[in-house]
Design a protein around this ligand. Structure first.
Ligand code: NAP
Length: 309
């Protein structure tokens, strides 16, 4: 029986591992298909406090992992399909294997929804295709970029990118943004943002070095195709939280994000069962906020264990 099992090795999970490790709880950290989480797909992290020159995303996650291991965190690869709570005991099922723990912290993150068009995966993460303007926008100074999407994220990303880029083309598959009115008004009236209405991307083109040079888009009304030259494509068509395995046992919102108990950011309806980071938070979605939630969940777990020992 473990004291605490942490699911996920992104910023939330590894921060929880550092804190529970330092609390002598010897956490078992289960990692899934993307060790290190979303940050490992970002070339450089410039907005995490404490790194004046920025830090490579992969290196940062590797540092967090080593830091947690230093305090006793153990890592195991396992994809949990189901969790059951019996009394105070949590049973975590990974195929035929069952883990048992007193406390659990779910920090399985979210994955950006992608378009699934040719060129996207080849250039994703460092070659011009990205899903995070906050992380990567500054690399596109004085360049033309395309943002894909019609929600608040797309409007926000487009507006953020106007700080750096010479021109931002915001393409949306319909003729009306889904974004809130205020965000839509700001985006559509910005002098650096050109709207591409009824426009859906069909392919991302690479230059001879494999970096993005243009997007081919299709008019959703007429079917006509055209090419938009650009150095960056920012995909902002929503996120998919990795929470299917808690379906039916934890409360989730319509998009699949875990809903914490009222008055807490990390507590769930089960005692000793916490959720942290991007599988809960669809608003901020930053490394630092995920780390903060991981810290909160770890402290809650530590206190709960101390009270129930
Ligand atoms: P969202 O509201 O679900 O919007 C996703 C957008 O992507 C929609 O416009 C959708 O088009 C488009 N889309 C989806 N699949 C697509 C595809 N395959 N090809 C092309 N376009 C596609 O997601 P979000 O913008 O990430 O926002 C998520 C939540 O966070 C929302 O509740 C939002 O209000 C909130 N949020 C708030 C703020 C803020 O208040 N500052 C900032 C960011 C996010 P359709 O419209 O045609 O469906």
């Amino acid at each position: 029986m473990e004291d605490v099992i942490i699911l996920g090795t992104g910023c939330a999970g590894l921060t929880a591992a550092i804190y529970t490790g330092r609390a002598q709880l010897n956490p078992l950290v289960l990692e899934g298909s993307q060790p290190g989480g979303q940050l490992t797909t970002t070339s450089e992290v410039e907005n995490f406090p404490g790194f004046p020159d920025g830090i490579d995303g992969f290196m940062m996650m590797d540092n967090l992992r080593k830091q947690a291991a230093r305090f006793g965190a153990r890592y195991e690869h396992a994809k949990i399909d189901k969790i059951e709570v019996e009394g105070g005991i949590k049973k975590l099922y990974a195929g035929d294997k069952v883990f048992e723990s007193k406390a659990v912290i779910v920090a399985t993150g979210a994955r950006p929804r992608l378009l699934g068009i040719p060129g996207e995966s080849e250039m994703y993460g460092g070659k011009g295709v990205t899903t995070c303007a906050t992380c990567d926008g500054a690399f596109y100074r004085d360049m033309d970029v395309v943002v894909v999407g019609g929600g608040d994220s797309a409007a926000e990303e487009a507006l953020f990118l106007t700080r750096f880029c010479s021109k931002v083309t915001l393409i949306h598959r319909r003729d009306e943004l889904r974004a809130s009115q205020i965000m839509a008004d700001r985006a559509t009236s910005h002098e650096k943002i050109e709207m591409g209405w009824n426009t859906a991307p069909t392919e991302i083109l690479a230059d001879e070095k494999g970096f993005t040079r243009a997007v081919i888009v299709k008019d959703t009304q007429t079917g006509e195709e055209r090419e938009i030259p650009c150095k960056g494509v920012f995909i902002a068509i929503g996120h998919i939280p990795n929470t299917d395995f808690v379906e039916g046992m934890l409360e989730r919102d319509g998009d699949g994000y875990i809903v914490p108990e009222i008055g807490s950011q990390v507590k769930t309806k089960y005692e000793g069962f916490y959720a942290a980071g991007d599988c809960v938070d669809h608003v901020y979605r930053q490394a630092i906020t995920a780390a903060g939630m991981g810290c909160q969940a770890a402290i809650e777990a530590e206190r709960w264990l101390a009270e129930h020992e």
